[in-house]
Design a protein around this ligand. Structure first.
Ligand SMILES: CC(=O)N[C@H]1[C@@H](OP(=O)(O)OP(=O)(O)OC[C@H]2O[C@@H](n3ccc(=O)[nH]c3=O)[C@H](O)[C@@H]2O)O[C@H](CO)[C@@H](O)[C@@H]1O[C@H](C)C(=O)N[C@@H](C)C(=O)N[C@H](CCC(=O)O)C(=O)O
Ligand SMILES: Nc1ncnc2c1ncn2[C@@H]1O[C@H](COP(=O)(O)OP(=O)(O)OP(=O)(O)O)[C@@H](O)[C@H]1O
Ligand SMILES: N[C@H](CCC[C@H](N)C(=O)O)C(=O)O
Ligand SMILES: [Mg+2]
Length: 487
């Protein structure tokens, strides 16, 4: 329960009709979740317009409505509040409703095309081992200390997000590490949150179906840093082309990490093998269990954030050195015949290139690399031909298959991918629509010590086909097939 008047703090009100000195039971952006006493905020989405559900919300018991356009007929006993942007308004309202939870803990946000889950998860594990009670909001899962909650988005909607943060405060969390996706920044899911620090990993091609142009995608990510307070820290990747632009207008304290240039947090890779990385971190030699150059960047970002948060650098490196990455990120199983099956969430051209070039570097020379990959439906189509091209360029054999087709026809997604292949690339590729069959075929094709990469779905435990989530687990399928085929 909260007083409506109090939770409107910071909301740019344009018009108010009705009483504001009333108690609202909860805040909802989805009419289907409204019940007696709710405040319903009508948000304009990409599919529907919340304004069309105002009547339904009132029928279900909403007593107050926040909207951008007032309905023609105003009912007595209902309070109507007009604002210019309901997505922004609901973020402030949710923050107020849940008693400003982000101000009661140290909140660190991670943004960038790739590496968010890895960085946020490593920070969570590190700070838990340093002895703090922590929260995590990530693509793989949300966590309140040891309690694991399923995650539906990389960054939850403003109401769920503030509700989770409040639960974290109540559970005694002092640090929360969260991913801030570009969708979330753009849709104001994180507006009003008080960040202690923010991290930028990198920016490459993704989500242009949503943001339309790369410049707009950059602008949205940059706005996260522009909005930080001067008390916060902002850490960026100096080796990324947009690393400095990101922090150009921030008031926060700026720090950079780099493998190539002089920086606050400077790394140098001494060895990069399947057993892990050996790196110099600000001149201290450390062995890490994570694999690949891209993880060297993730580790530097984590190290930098921990130092900015006041932790002892030696202690941080000692703990980081023993940590494993996030589920489904360069996760591997080795068969009896020493075939290495790698499951990785690479679902962008850049991520796929990083994973495959890492695999190439780990090869002794004679093993073949077989890649099984697909692209998600209802997502950026421009990345499809490029992902196929990258897979073919850096693998000996490629099997194109389905990822999450969602509402699309799987064959059409693969046809888009095939556009990226020249005739030589086509000769080493085949299409097998069924993902399980594709993985099985890869295992059949593999000889002793070959490497199979199954890319795109990582930790996901389902395949979304026409809105139905069918159980599916890349790593389990790989493992089972190795056993069944006695490989
Ligand atoms: C494109 C996108 O981001 N969509 C998100 C957006 O939905 P939308 O704009 O399509 O909403 P809509 O369906 O048009 O509905 C508009 C409003 O009407 C309301 N409504 C709708 C129907 C109804 O009967 N009653 C009702 O009140 C809805 O609750 C909503 O508030 O707002 C919804 C509520 O917050 C999100 O659940 C939804 O995420 C969808 C499911 C999604 O797939 N999002 C992905 C693209 C996403 O956000 N991904 C990023 C990570 C990407 C990455 O970095 O890799 C993430 O943070 O997860
Ligand atoms: N720093 C990095 N640079 C480039 N690629 C990376 C980096 N870190 C991880 N990757 C690759 O990208 C994939 C996704 O990594 P991760 O889940 O950490 O990113 P994310 O930003 O959380 O992705 P999402 O946007 O889907 O939530 C990994 O499986 C790996 O292949
Ligand atoms: N957070 C990303 C995940 C993509 C994962 C991939 N398996 C797909 O379905 O495209 C998105 O929603 O675009
Ligand atoms: Mg993620």
């Amino acid at each position: 329960m909260a007083n409506l008047q109090n939770i409107l703090y910071k909301v740019h009100l344009q018009e108010v009709n009705g009483a504001t000195n009333i108690e609202v039971k909860d805040v909802q952006i989805d009419s289907r979740k409204v019940s007696a006493g709710s405040l319903f905020v009508a948000v304009r989405g990409t599919v529907a317009d919340g304004h069309n559900f105002i009547t339904t919300a009132i029928e279900k018991g909403a007593i107050a409505i926040v909207c951008e356009e007032l309905p023609l007929m105003l009912l007595e006993n209902i309070t109507y509040i007009k604002v210019s942007n309901t997505s922004e308004a609901v973020a402030y309202i949710a923050h107020n409703f849940y008693d400003e939870p982000s101000a009661k803990l140290k909140l660190v946000g991670v943004t960038g095309t790739n590496g968010k889950t890895t960085i946020a998860t490593l920070l969570f594990k590190l700070f838990a081992q340093l002895g703090y009670t922590c929260g995590l909001l990530s693509t793989v899962q949300n966590q309140i200390s040891n309690q694991v909650l399923p995650s539906t988005h990389t960054t939850p909607d403003a109401v769920s997000l503030n509700s989770l943060l409040k639960q974290m405060v109540e559970a005694g969390c002092t640090y929360v590490f969260m991913e801030s996706s570009s969708h979330a920044i753009h849709q104001h899911r994180i507006t009003g949150l008080k960040f202690t620090g923010a991290i930028f990993s990198n920016i490459t091609h993704d989500h242009l179906d949503y943001h339309k142009t790369f410049d707009e995608y950059i602008r949205v990510k940059k706005s996260f840093f522009d909005d930080l307070p001067s008390s916060a820290f902002a850490i960026s990747n100096l080796d990324d082309k947009r690393g400095t632009v990101m922090l150009q207008n921030t008031q926060a304290h700026k720090y950079y990490y780099s493998l190539k240039n002089v920086a606050d947090f400077k790394g140098k890779i001494l060895e990069n093998a399947l057993t892990g990385l050996i790196m110099l971190v600000n001149d201290k030699e450390v062995h890490f269990r994570l694999i690949g150059e891209f993880n060297a960047y993730n580790l530097l970002a984590v190290y930098g954030a921990a130092v900015c948060l006041g932790e002892n650098s030696d202690e941080v490196l000692r703990i980081l050195s023993a940590l494993q990455g996030a589920e489904g990120r360069f996760d591997y199983v080795i068969s009896n015949k020493q075939i290495i099956g790698i499951v990785d969430y690479a679902h962008t051209p850049d991520a796929l290139e990083n994973v495959l070039s890492t695999i190439k570097k780990l090869r002794k020379g004679y093993e073949q690399v077989i890649t099984v990959v697909g692209c998600g439906g209802d997502r950026d189509k421009a990345k499809r031909p490029v992902m196929a091209q990258v897979a073919a360029e850096l693998s000996d054999k490629v099997i194109l298959t389905s990822d999450n087709p969602r509402s699309e026809d799987p064959q059409e997604i693969i046809d888009d991918m095939l556009q990226g292949l020249n005739s030589a690339a086509k000769r080493k590729s085949k299409t097998i629509l069924d993902r399980k069959e594709a993985i099985t075929t890869a295992v059949e094709m593999a000889n002793k010590e070959d490497i199979i990469l199954v890319a795109g779905k990582g930790h996901e435990k389902y395949q979304d086909i026409k809105g139905v989530k069918h159980l599916f687990d890349d790593k389990a399928v790989l493992q089972k097939t190795f056993e069944q085929l006695n490989k």
